[in-house]
Design a protein around this ligand. Structure first.
Ligand SMILES: Nc1ncnc2c1ncn2[C@@H]1O[C@H](COP(=O)(O)OP(=O)(O)OP(=O)(O)O)[C@@H](O)[C@H]1O
Length: 355
């Protein structure tokens, strides 16, 4: 698969100002995004997500490094060539950025007016776009008369007006409720399939990544700390930050009544483990095999099974009444069964009965 976007050793430093020190928002980052893929970037607030996505269309200029889109080095273009290249890169925003004095039709028409198209050409392009996003009947409405989801549909139609090859989505669903978020993401997925457009989205929510992305990069303090397929990040997260973003999203975190009693030192009771299963292992009776093989009674304290891009995966939080060598042997057994084991700490034995 050929690449659509390449960042090569891209850094972005914001200089110091009167009231703040200099910030390196992105450091020496290499990133390749394939043609036709839906690529997600996730990270906490301040990780550098907005900076990264704005570097792709050069709304931010890199302090160093190269940004290539569809084989063209954007950093080498003069202003007029850059304007032309940007028509290949649509963008949608968290707060939609519609013009309140223009109708839905005229908002979508704006980039075409700027590109110098005739009224007839504009009409022939805008109408199918409004149909694509499900707003054919709202053409004459003003933004104030629309719901948040409808406003974002206008944003999407406007971003597609110049027939871009890339669509950048800057927290595009963060201002929407969960149901509207799902419908906007479904629309973006359809657009990716129908038009073959490459989509890059940034978000702080794993649910967004889970619903439509093919691959995801996890950004932390201006660096990519993990990059993999979405299936692999959900079932085999490596970086601690990825695990914590996942726990918040999938509800596989330690229940609060257990967390309060958790100790980081063995206290002669149980050891708490988080187990992640994926693929066929999600349904296999690995816990009962552990009991049979090693005579360990396993208490299941919390568990769930989920599906990401047609792959099922499960998480269990279990307590084992062992520590030391017996614990190490149990972990080795689980790992040999392809279970990802994450030790969480130790619990007093009395809690086991309480579950
Ligand atoms: N124009 C700017 N001038 C100075 N510093 C900036 C500027 N824009 C961003 N920063 C700083 O760069 C770092 C990364 O910011 P960025 O907005 O890219 O992160 P983010 O992951 O998108 O965060 P959020 O989710 O809160 O928007 C932060 O420390 C931020 O304060």
């Amino acid at each position: 698969m050929s690449s659509m976007i390449r960042l090569e050793a891209v850094s972005k430093r914001y200089p110091a100002r009167k009231d703040s020190a200099a910030v390196t928002a992105l450091s020496e980052t290499d990133l390749t995004i394939d043609r036709g893929e839906i690529f997600g970037v996730i990270g906490r607030s301040g990780a550098g997500k907005s900076t990264l996505i704005r570097l792709i269309n050069l709304l931010e200029r890199p302090s160093s490094g190269r940004v290539e889109v569809d084989g063209v080095d954007l950093t080498a273009l003069d202003a007029s060539r850059l304007r032309a290249a940007r028509r290949q890169i649509g963008m949608i925003f968290q707060h939609f950025n519609l013009l309140s004095s223009r109708t839905v039709f005229d908002n979508v028409a704006l980039p075409l007016e700027l590109a110098g198209l005739s009224r007839a050409e504009i009409k022939s392009k805008v109408q199918p776009l409004l149909e694509l996003v499900g707003l054919a009947d709202k053409s004459g409405r003003y933004p104030a008369e629309l719901s948040g989801g409808q406003k974002q549909r206008v944003g999407i139609a406007r971003a597609l007006a110049t027939e871009p090859k890339v669509l950048l989505c800057d927290e595009a669903t963060s201002a929407l409720d969960p149901e509207t978020t799902r419908s906007i993401l479904a629309l973006l997925g359809d657009i990716n399939e129908k038009l073959g457009i490459t989509i890059v989205l940034i978000t702080h929510e794993m649910q967004v990544i889970k619903q439509i992305c093919h691959r995801v990069a996890v950004l932390d303090a201006g660096a990519v700390v993990e990059l993999a397929s979405v299936e692999s990040v959900f079932t085999r997260p490596r970086a601690p930050i990825t695990r914590s973003l996942l726990s918040a999203a999938t509800g596989d975190d330690v229940p609060p009544h257990l967390r309060a009693r958790l100790s980081q030192h063995p206290i002669g009771g149980d050891t708490l483990l988080r187990l992640r299963f994926s693929g066929p292992h999600a349904e296999s009776p690995v816990i009962s095999r552990l009991t049979k093989a090693q005579g360990i009674e396993v208490s299941i304290l919390h568990g769930q099974v989920d599906v990401v891009r047609h792959a099922s995966f499960g998480t269990l939080i279990v307590a084992l009444p062992v520590a030391g060598d017996a614990l190490a042997a149990a972990i080795r057994f689980l790992e040999s069964e392809n279970v990802v084991v994450e030790p969480l700490g130790y619990l007093p034995a009395s809690l086991r009965a309480a579950g």
